[in-house]
Design a protein around this ligand. Structure first.
Ligand code: G4P
Length: 530
């Protein structure tokens, strides 16, 4: 590689900021996404992400469910330039019941933005997603949203963050008022106050005025109690919480921003800091050691597969996170799992909500590879060598249901559909080891995924199915000497099943049941992943 090319790669990679937004449903993830795009100049009128999403739903049948429920099931990826950086935003599904998809998306992100509703604080879903960020060791920004509504006390919110998530929250700004009195924010670093005006239907950039804390308008707008509290709290926070880059990158601190995505207050201040503070693309572990983003030739891994988005085209898109080097259209890459060489000729990138063919991309970028059914989640692609990235962790399923094909005449289509959805990672498939009929048992992390699978089988493969829910709640691979495993009693409703490679799996009703087996048969391992 020439020196100029290497320099170019280093520069491009260092400009990438790849992140995901996590939140509890309704906290404002979609609204914040839209406003980031508005400030990133990627859309000119907020509202279009939602509008496009609805348009898309109109052509994509299985998304009907999504539209009806007003939730986002699929993840999208959006790229936009901001202040010399290239920002890649991975949109994670925010509904209560979610699939492994959400977790996998976080595998492809270098940091996360956690959106909280100022009136609610840390909610259940946020906590679950936050746990994944912690496992991944990625830094987390916090955006406390909906300050234009009556909010919890600021110190109470910060206290909760610290207690529940175990990180030190460091407010980078402080809200001036809340609900009807919310005027803007005080920036701790510069001691400037940014006051905002609302715009018509909140669709364009909110005009801002820069001033200081002693601006008489503040005292006039806030009540005496709010005003005093603000001054006391700012002084207290100055004493207690200073931003420390190392602690942030280590996931020990979370910088906190206050704002209102709906009215655009505080969004730009957040974005300005975000592109400076968010980490550059990280190195990833592989079986040949760590792969540096700017050091090695091109490599990447598939973290998501989505088929039949548009029934007219029946295409399948594999989403790849580029881990190192430069990607060029038409390049030949190695697919170590099959040993094949592949030509990547129609890669897409995603700008706002539109696909466009990409000629060149760098570590940190996400590109879509359409049409190749060869890929499965976790696959490595690379221009050199035949190493594999560390596998994407699977998350233990908690719900199980037997899927019955109601139209036996279409067994082939049924199997094809189940195979495809399994390849996409929509669910895991197990088979009852003792039953005569081989109806697949679907294993999922969130129960909504059952409905997604049923709806997609019906829409995309014309197969009607019925699901018989099973009472079991835990799946464990059973590993041990054959003679001991063969003698294992299958009592108390523990179900003996096999995965699609014929490996033995036990489905337990409860953790107590599992513990009982684990204690009674110490020579046998009951593993939650394989
Ligand atoms: P989600 O993706 O996290 O599920 O949340 P989403 O952005 O869809 O926001 C959920 C609801 O909260 C929406 O209202 C949205 O307009 C509102 N919202 C988001 N940010 C703010 C904010 O800063 N202030 C206030 N007051 N509301 C906010 P909705 O009525 O459910 O939907 P819509 O009719 O507005 O689309």
């Amino acid at each position: 590689m020439s020196e100029a090319t290497t320099k170019n790669i280093v520069e491009e990679v260092s400009n990438r900021r790849t992140f995901a937004i996590i939140s509890h449903p309704d906290a404002g993830k979609t609204t914040l996404t839209e406003k980031l795009l508005l400030y990133g100049n990627a859309i000119h009128m907020a509202g279009s992400v939602r509008a496009r999403r609805n348009q898309k739903n109109a052509v994509s049948d299985w998304m009907k469910m999504e539209r009806e429920r007003g939730i986002s099931i699929t993840s999208t990826v959006l790229q936009f330039p901001y202040k010399g950086r290239t920002v890649n935003l991975l949109d994670t599904p925010g509904h209560q019941d979610f699939s492994e998809d959400t977790y996998r998306t976080l595998m492809a992100a270098d940091c996360a933005v956690m959106v909280l509703d100022a009136a609610k604080g840390v909610e259940a879903q946020t906590r679950k997603l936050f746990d994944v960020c912690r496992q991944r060791g990625i830094p987390v920004f916090t955006f406390i949203n909906k300050m234009d509504r009556p909010a919890l006390d600021v110190l109470e919110l910060l206290d909760e963050l610290e207690k529940v998530l175990g990180m030190q929250p460091v407010p980078m700004n402080y809200p001036i008022g809340d609900g009807d009195t919310f005027m803007g924010v005080y920036d701790r670093a510069t001691e400037d106050v940014y006051l905002f005006d609302r715009t018509v239907r909140n669709q364009t950039i909110a005009p801002e005025t820069m001033t200081t804390l002693d601006d008489p308008r503040i005292e006039q707008t806030l009540n005496a109690h709010q005003f005093d509290d603000m001054h006391t709290n700012i002084a207290l926070i100055d004493e207690l919480a200073q931003y420390d880059e190392e602690a942030f990158l280590a996931g020990e601190q979370t910088p906190v921003y206050f704002g209102s995505a709906l009215t655009n207050f505080g969004v730009q201040l957040f974005l300005d800091d975000f592109v400076e503070m968010a980490p550059e693309p990280a190195a990833y572990e592989s079986d040949a050691g760590e792969v540096d983003p700017d050091g090695a030739p091109f490599s990447g891994f598939i973290f998501k597969i989505q088929a039949n988005m548009d029934p007219n085209h029946r295409d399948s898109v594999a989403y790849m996170r580029i881990v190192s080097g430069r990607f060029e259209r038409n390049m030949q890459v190695k697919h170590p799992r099959t040993g094949k060489m592949l030509k990547l000729s129609r890669p897409y990138s995603f700008f706002a909500d539109e696909r466009k063919v990409v000629d060149e991309a760098f570590a940190g970028d996400i590109i879509g590879l359409p049409g190749n059914k060869l890929y499965t989640i976790g696959d490595t692609l690379s221009a050199s060598g035949s190493f594999n990235f560390a596998p994407i962790p699977r998350f233990a399923s908690e719900h199980f249901g037997r899927l019955i094909n109601l139209d036996m005449g279409k067994a082939k289509n049924f199997n094809k559909g189940v195979d495809q959805l399994e390849t996409e990672g929509a669910m895991q498939v197990l088979y009852d080891a003792d039953a005569m009929r081989r109806d697949p048992i679907l294993a999922v992390v969130g129960v909504l995924q059952f409905e997604v699978v049923k709806a997609r089988l019906e829409d995309e493969y014309n197969i009607k199915t019925k699901l018989e829910m099973l009472p079991q709640r835990l799946a464990r691979w059973v590993i041990g000497p054959d003679e001991l495993v063969e003698k294992l009693p299958w009592r108390m409703g523990v179900l003996r099943v096999e995965d699609n490679e014929g490996r033995l799996v036990a489905l337990f009703n409860s953790i107590h049941e599992l513990n009982y087996y684990a204690n009674k048969y110490p020579e046998i391992a009951f593993r939650d992943s394989i």
